[in-house]
Design a protein around this ligand. Structure first.
Ligand SMILES: [Fe+2]
Length: 315
């Protein structure tokens, strides 16, 4: 991984940015009732904010660190069954954003909550979602992140699962977001989860025949959807430029499950027949604790020196 360019305005965001009215709305208490249990619709007030206009986003892309962890983009046609990362980059990041109306691309800008200009808004959103979900999420969060998504008209975001708990806010343009039940093992199998938790980001396979089981959200500016950890989803943009914000959190409880899936994946490859994390015995759970402890010790002995900054945590 390339070194981070610390000459930019990153790392300068104020730590207590929440002075204006809240950006997220939760009139009926869905955040606390349903977070990480089921997808749900909500509203927000980010639409029309000048930071999410293309000129501002091009400027952000120019000053952000030139590090692979800070941006993902792909140029070219996608379908729902495609894999992440199979499309190449034929344009630079600023050129991709500036020409997004014509170049059939998808851009993800990560870690912008650390930017001097974007930090106050994105950190407010990160704090607000935790506040709305309550103590249980606050206690479970390992780290948070905010990712800005910019996509061309009619662009498809392929079917995939994520390891974080996501609050997606549509800021400009419209899209249809298809969200499936991540607890349905006839759709998302133990094998797919084991593969994902062992590093295969494309292990979840799109099944067109299961489309009837998706919750399909028609999103316009001001709409948001919560997507639980491991809930499969894909998106189809409308005939306009889409700008969205994903506020997401990695959870301690989900990391524990992920360790079990990874261990059982290794066990299966060694000829064992584990029953799946939901019915894992004490031996598997003890092995998962040992794995986590070993990882923690390795970080202490050999701390990461790749320049990637610490991520957001609730105060
Ligand atoms: Fe996603």
């Amino acid at each position: 991984m390339a070194n981070v360019d610390v000459s930019s305005k990153f790392h300068e965001a104020p730590s207590h940015p929440n002075e204006g009215p809240p950006f997220l709305e939760d009139a009926d208490g869905k955040f606390e009732r349903y977070w990480n249990r089921a997808s749900f619709r909500f509203s927000h007030k980010l639409s029309g904010h000048p930071l999410f206009e293309l000129d501002s986003l091009v400027e952000l892309s120019r000053r952000m660190p030139k590090c692979a962890d800070f941006a993902y983009w792909s140029n070219g046609t996608e379908g729902p069954g495609n894999h992440w990362g199979t499309r190449g980059k034929s344009l630079s990041l600023p050129d991709t954003i500036a020409g997004i109306a014509e170049n059939n691309s998808l851009v993800l800008i990560k870690h912008a909550w650390q930017d001097e200009v974007y930090g106050p808004v994105l950190q407010s959103c990160l704090s607000e979602a935790v506040e709305l979900c309550g103590e249980q999420l606050r206690d479970d969060v390992i780290l948070g992140n905010a990712t800005i998504l910019i996509a061309s008209p009619n662009r498809v975001t392929p079917y995939h699962i994520d390891w974080d708990c996501n609050f997606l806010m549509q800021i400009a343009g419209d899209k249809k977001l298809h969200v499936f039940n991540g607890a349905d093992r006839t759709l998302l199998t133990v094998g797919e989860l084991e593969g994902f938790c062992s590093g295969n980001i494309n292990s979840a396979i799109y099944q067109p025949a299961r489309e009837k089981d998706a919750a399909v959200y028609d999103l316009g500016a001001g709409d948001g959807v919560h997507v639980p950890v491991h809930a499969p989803h894909w998106a189809q943009n409308g005939n306009n430029i889409s700008v969205a914000l994903s506020v997401n959190y990695e959870l301690r409880s989900e990391h524990r499950k992920s360790d079990l899936y990874q261990l059982q994946h290794w066990g299966r490859r060694a000829g064992l027949k584990p029953r799946g994390p939901e019915r894992a015995g004490l031996a598997w759970k003890a092995a998962a604790v040992a794995l986590r402890t070993a990882r923690g010790l390795r970080k202490l002995i050999r701390p990461s020196n790749d320049g990637v900054p610490t991520r957001w945590q609730p105060s």
